[in-house]
Design a protein around this ligand. Sequence first.
Ligand code: AP5
Ligand code: MG
Ligand code: ZN
Length: 213
Amino acid sequence: MNLILFGPPGAGKGTQAGSLCAEFGMVQVATGDIFRRNLKQNTDLGQLARSFMDEGQLVPDEVVWKLVEDRLGDEDVQSGVLFDGFPRTVKQSELLVAWAESSGWKLAGVVALEVPDEQLVRRLSGRRTCLDCGSTYHVDHNPPAVEGTCDRCAGKVVQRSDDTEATVKARLATYHQQTAPVLEFFDSKGLVSRVDGVGGIDGVAGRIRTALG
Ligand code: AP5
Ligand code: MG
Ligand code: ZN
């Protein structure tokens, strides 16, 4: 099964992705995680992405699509993909749909997590992220067992550089202007299930399962 897990910054895409992938045999493809990995390894792609990410802006569509198209050719994703943070513009959505039509790849649906902006700001300011595997935590709602250490890989857990107040505001504005229209695009194809993303992590997980039938 191929799914898009959609939602604004802080909606819980990364938090929900792990168990969904395990349960439905999908591989998570999170463009933001790929950029952060590149940044850590100091690649050209990482340097390019940083200039946009730190401003709360989107990385250009052609750069994102090249990366995703290459990734879709990998052996491990043939059994199913869970997109997290992609597509983020109507252009990216059109590129994916055109590619899917030409390659026989089928999108099962778009699960859209809905969370009001005030909550998103609270979640992002308390979020902590593993530098090594990208797992996300929250100082109040979902802390690692040992402070500063990742439960999954024992990596260092820190605050993401784009989770500062100013950048969070810019990311939310970018979402409303450029990313929210993606939902209308997939709505017109009858592919969107909206899920209330407010409340405990397990409650949201249950509602996603209900939406998936
Ligand atoms: P990206 O890494 O995709 O970030 P994002 O979309 O801003 O989303 P987040 O990762 O911030 O939120 P999330 O929904 O994963 O929430 P999480 O589960 O962590 O992108 C970063 C940047 O890269 C972009 O700004 C852009 O520059 C660039 N980029 C990436 N993809 C791109 C693309 N396709 N095109 C162009 N540019 C691209 O949860 C948040 C917090 O809330 C955590 O602390 C968590 O523990 C907590 N939480 C989760 N669920 C709950 C709950 N139910 N109750 C309470 N707390 C909860
Ligand atoms: Mg994320
Ligand atoms: Zn980790």
